[in-house]
Design a protein around this ligand. Structure first.
Ligand code: NAP
Length: 289
């Protein structure tokens, strides 16, 4: 169904570089349409050199807000008027809200991850988890798990990067329950054996390298929930192996939907139609290579 934009239409969007493959426009526009809201979500390809000007543009053009994605999540912080404590702790903003000219920054990745677990969150938080990777998404997820009392092992290819993340978060949270190990190590294998949650926050297994797997299948056991943040392909090699062993599995679609749902609430104050957003993401993925 075609919709008309008018002088009343409220504008939100995403700043990324590149941004053309983002599924967020389809997801949010489907939600706006479903609720009959006069909002539109626009992808903006923002070169890093133009980030400050683009952020000033949010105010100048009276956008309601924007999502911020790679490579701007950290560098955008210095251009904002206020940043939530969580976003400060993980040095990452993925949602800006223009609150009467005041630009507020939030990170919805960690909370989106937890919400995507649904009722399983209660069983999982407070126990032992292994997070593979030490990049931006790992930081958000380790933070979300640690503040909920989980014992988290961060396993990364570059050990120094994992150590740096663990030291920073441990200091900020006054928390000793996070540790760093090398991904190809006995310690990592033992941590997986004792865990009830394994989260892949590396890009290993993502299209076009779909034959790759971040850890060997033999490390998995059926008491694990194996969560892969990757959504292209929908079922990575890691998830395929985990399913065959009898693990519960989740791909990255629901995290994408739930982090977007929190942005939606921040901008509109309304409850988003989660199922509609999920269907829009799945339809968008079918159009991808
Ligand atoms: P990032 O900051 O670039 O971090 C990438 C991580 O992958 C690093 O820990 C890196 O290890 C590791 N890595 C890359 N290539 C590797 C290899 N060949 N072998 C072992 N480790 C390797 O990326 P990110 O933003 O955290 O994103 C990570 C993944 O999550 C991506 O696939 C992204 O699409 C997905 N993601 C999904 C969602 C969602 O909503 N579903 C949200 C965010 C991200 P080193 O430190 O050693 O380089």
């Amino acid at each position: 169904m075609k919709r008309l934009l008018s002088g009343e239409t409220k504008v939100v969007g995403v700043f990324g570089f590149p941004v053309r493959h983002s599924l967020s426009p389809a997801m949010h526009n489907a939600a706006f349409q479903d609720l009959g809201l006069d909002f539109v979500y626009v992808p903006f390809n923002v070169h890093p050199d133009n980030l400050e000007a683009a952020v000033q543009g949010v105010r100048a053009l009276q956008l309601v807000g924007v999502n911020v994605t790679i490579p701007h999540k950290e560098s955008v912080i210095r251009f904002l008027d206020w940043v939530s404590p969580e976003a400060q702790q993980i040095s990452s903003v993925n949602t800006i809200h223009n609150s009467e000219g005041l630009l507020k920054g939030y990170s919805t990745d960690g909370q989106g991850f937890i919400e995507s677990l649904g009722p399983m969150a209660a069983e999982i938080c407070g126990k032992k988890s292994v997070v593979l990777g030490a990049g931006g998404s790992a930081r958000a997820i380790v933070h979300a798990l640690a503040i909920r009392g989980s014992e988290v092992t961060v396993a990364n290819r570059t050990l120094s990067r994992a150590i740096e993340m663990v030291e920073t978060l441990s200091k900020l949270l006054g928390n000793r329950s996070i540790r760093a190990v090398q991904i190809e190590s006995k310690e990592a294998r033992e941590a997986v054996a004792e865990a009830n949650l394994l989260v892949n926050c590396t890009s290993v297994g993502m299209f076009p390298h779909i034959e790759e797997q971040p850890i060997p299948s033999e490390w998995l056991h059926k008491d694990l929930l194996v969560y892969d943040l990757i959504y292209n392909p929908i079922e990575t090699r890691l998830l395929q192996a985990a399913r065959e062993i009898g693990c519960k599995i989740m791909n990255g679609v629901l995290m994408l939907v739930h982090q977007g749902a929190i942005s939606f609430r921040i901008w509109t104050g309304l409850e988003p139609p989660i199922k509609v957003m999920e269907e829009a993401v799945l339809a968008g993925l079918q159009r991808m290579p």
